[in-house]
Ligand binder design. Structure first.
Ligand code: NAP
Ligand code: GDD
Length: 350
């Protein structure tokens, strides 16, 4: 009998990678989709074409009864709760909705597992985040945040995720559920949404090199992130649920780079050497060969409170799970730009 996995957020970046991984391991994979369309609607064709074999079920994190119905029908062995409002900038504009979906949605999932009678059998993964650290534990950035570092979220998203993290710990302690929390640092790739900075940059580098776009507008160029490849991170999620005991694990690379550095590598991939001129909101990235400005700062992308640096110490995951990232920073940039060049040359968005 193959194991059954239930994935919320299957239409997102991580959902796609995880569904592919689990199908490859012989799981029956059921992905939860929301919205007013039936799972057979063309909007979901992409995921079905991309990952044939994923079954879709209709429910929403905000609808507890629908979650109970879905879980009672599917009766999964493993539940991966990846669904969330996941964009930090957006969460400042829609903080109440973020609180309900990204925070309260976790409670809805945990309660639905109990109501469906699965608390003793189903293993639960919660998609927690390095945004919970926020970057104000100034003793840490030089050595990296591990599972014992102080939390100090800096956005409505980070605060909502912290609730999700603690309610997961609480259900583990209160009801003995096999509930684990993966505290994941930024992970990117060819499935990343274009609203996130890495994909925005890789798409723009490809488009600018092909003459389809002139300028890329960005916010804070000095923020540092610990960026890895999403394909490596979903492996870590799966490993967490294969352990005898549930737990909390940091996944990251232990290396942090600025947005500026990401731009430099991405544009170099398309043959444009960048020169940085000016400072603050007047800073520009100039094509050294042509003297043309290809990057400029738009303060509209600044956040009311910023996380200056995120750096992981993933040694627990490496030691206990045997997890190790495979793709390094330059490999990540290369694969993202190569993908976007192919997509742009073919003239279709992907
Ligand atoms: P993503 O691409 O933004 O995907 C988010 C998913 O959540 C989408 O499938 C979306 O469905 C779904 N969703 C949103 N609201 C929902 C609702 N009310 N009910 C049901 N589904 C809903 O995110 P991701 O990058 O794959 O990240 C996966 C998870 O890991 C998220 O929880 C994120 O916060 C967390 N995380 C991500 C990173 C990272 O670097 N990627 C790092 C740490 C933690 P629609 O298609 O219908 O919008
Ligand atoms: N999105 C975006 N767009 N960010 C920009 C831009 C821009 O034009 N210009 C500069 N940035 C800066 C942001 O201010 C932030 O410091 C950094 O780039 C990364 O922004 P995002 O790519 O939006 O990611 P994030 O770090 O805020 O959040 C992502 O990683 C978290 C884990 O640390 C998301 O995937 C979250 O869901 C995840 O939890």
């Amino acid at each position: 009998m193959s194991k059954v996995a239930f994935i919320t957020g299957v239409t997102g970046q991580d959902g796609g990678h995880l569904a592919g991984l689990l199908l490859g391991k012989g799981y029956r994979v059921v992905g939860m989709v929301r919205g007013q369309m039936e799972p057979s609607h063309p909007r979901y064709r992409q995921i079905q074409e991309d990952l044939p074999g994923v079954e879709l079920v209709l429910a929403d994190l905000l609808d507890p009864a629908a979650l109970v119905r879905a879980l009672s029908t599917v009766r999964p062995d493993e539940v991966y709760n990846l669904a969330a409002i996941s964009h930090v900038g957006y969460s400042f504009h829609n903080p109440v909705l973020t609180h309900q979906v990204t925070g309260g949605g976790v409670l809805n999932m945990l309660e639905a597992i109990r109501a469906a009678g699965l608390a003793d059998t189903a293993r639960f993964y919660q998609a927690s985040t390095s945004e919970m650290f926020g970057g104000l534990d100034y003793n840490r950035p030089s050595q990296g945040y591990d599972e014992t570092a102080l939390f100090h979220p800096r956005s409505p998203y980070g605060v909502a995720k912290l609730y999700g993290h603690w309610i997961t710990c609480n259900y583990r302690e209160s009801y003995g559920m096999h509930a684990s929390s993966g505290i994941l640092f930024n992970h990117e790739g060819e499935r990343r949404g274009p609203e996130f900075v890495t994909r925005k940059i890789s798409q723009a580098a490809a488009r600018i090199s092909l003459g389809k776009q002139h300028v890329l507008e960005l916010g804070n160029l000095s923020a540092k992130r610990d960026w890895g490849y999403a394909g490596d991170y979903v492996e870590g999620m799966w490993l967490m649920l294969q352990q005898d005991e549930p737990g909390d694990y940091v996944l990251g690379t232990g290396e942090a780079h600025t947005i500026r550095e990401f731009c430099g590598l991405a544009f170099a991939e398309v043959g444009i050497e960048l020169e940085w001129r000016g400072e603050g909101p007047d800073e520009t990235g100039v094509n050294r060969a042509s003297g043309t400005t290809v990057i400029r700062v738009n303060p509209a992308f600044f956040r009311p409170a910023e996380v200056d640096i995120l750096l992981a110490d993933p040694s627990k995951a490496e030691r206990v799970l045997g997890w190790k990232r495979r793709v390094d920073f330059s490999g990540l940039v290369k694969l993202m730009v190569a993908h976007d060049l192919e997509v742009e040359r073919a003239g279709v968005r992907g």
